[in-house]
Design a protein around this ligand. Structure first.
Ligand code: DX5
Ligand code: ZN
Length: 220
């Protein structure tokens, strides 16, 4: 069964508490928190304080997607704020050093929380194969990160298939494979058929007339 992770990027930031309650009430499986630093991606969203403030409002796992430079320096803040899983971008790590991604994933795990690696649409998923054994989840971006409401990039489907196949070959057939960007009622079943089991959706859920119905329909 696929898990639905609403992205609070598409929520009204002045009413975040209500958005979290709505996610929980609607049967969402995780809450996807998009952290942007104005450098790795153009916009700035929020930091650890937001995660800390929403933590007591829900029992759902908080899935923190770090779209930031130098992620290693920020892990402490998100771990202590109550993140359940933190994902970091391959691209932000690779430009620092070849070992930086592995070191960051190990740092996340040292806090007793789950970790994951993310690849952008123009980066081969094979680049993160070496860290698959360490990862609880991998995230395939199906848009270039920075903004909600963009169109799904089709080449993500092949990357999801490759990620699922490789996870099987290393003995982790049930590894979480998440897809993020442009997920709606048409692209969700295609991403799931390709092997993704965690679907992030922002505009398609928060823009739907009935949020709960949209969560159920997307999962189905
Ligand atoms: C994009 C973010 C996504 C975004 C998805 O940079 O990482 O999580 O919120 O939004 P939709 O579902 O509207 O494409
Ligand atoms: Zn995201």
């Amino acid at each position: 069964m696929v898990k639905i992770a609403p992205s609070i990027l598409s929520a009204d930031f002045s009413r975040m508490g209500e958005a979290i309650k709505l996610c929980e009430k609607s049967g969402a499986d995780l809450i996807h928190c998009d952290v942007m630093d104005g450098s790795f991606v153009e916009p700035i969203t929020f930091g650890g304080q937001m995660v800390k403030n929403i933590r007591p409002l829900t029992k759902l796992p908080l899935d923190v997607h770090l779209m930031i430079e130098h992620p290693k320096t920020q892990i402490k803040f998100f771990a202590e704020a109550g993140a359940d899983i933190i994902t970091v971008h391959y691209e932000a790590c690779a430009k620092i050093s070849p070992d930086y991604l592995r070191e960051t994933l190990e740092l996340i795990k040292s806090y007793g929380i789950k970790c994951g690696a993310v690849v952008n649409p123009d980066v081969p998923v094979e680049n993160i194969f070496p860290v698959f054994p360490l990862c609880d989840m991998v995230l395939i971006m199906s848009v270039f990160p920075g903004y909600g409401g963009q169109k799904f990039i089709e080449s993500a489907l092949e990357k999801i298939q490759s990620a699922r196949a490789y996870a099987q070959t290393i003995g982790k057939p049930d590894m979480d494979i998440e897809v993020d960007g442009g997920i709606n009622m048409l692209t969700a079943p295609r991403a799931a058929a390709a092997g993704a089991n965690v679907l992030v959706a922002g505009s398609a859920l928060f823009g739907a007339p009935d949020f709960a119905e949209a969560v159920t329909k997307m999962r189905g």
